[in-house]
Design a binder for this molecule. Sequence first.
Ligand code: ZN
Length: 132
Amino acid sequence: MIKEIKVVSSGSSQMIDITSKVQEVVRESGINSGLCYVFVPHTTAGITINENADPDVVTDFLKETSKIVPWEDRYRHVEGNSAAHIKASMMGFTQTVFVENNKLVLGTWQGIYFCEFDGPRTRKVLVKVISV
Ligand code: ZN
């Protein structure tokens, strides 16, 4: 079964720590040992794993990615959000995390981040936990 997590972004670009929500899906699955697939079914939002201890990491991350892909750059896409599409693909749309003892296996300082690049919007993240 695929579980859906609702994510509400409040900014145009935002990284939202969804680790606890994904962990909740893992807990509910009752699966002790396996894999957790996390998928973002959007074209202007992505997902990554990075530090969740110092919030400045996220601030720097958003600042620097906007330098690499500026919002305005005479893009051709008429919707006007090409930067968001590009950044979403740079992050990617899926993450796979090991599950052991019914818990996500992440590094001490790691969190799973939903990456909003064209907010604010109400989004969804799909999660599937598989026993292996
Ligand atoms: Zn677009």
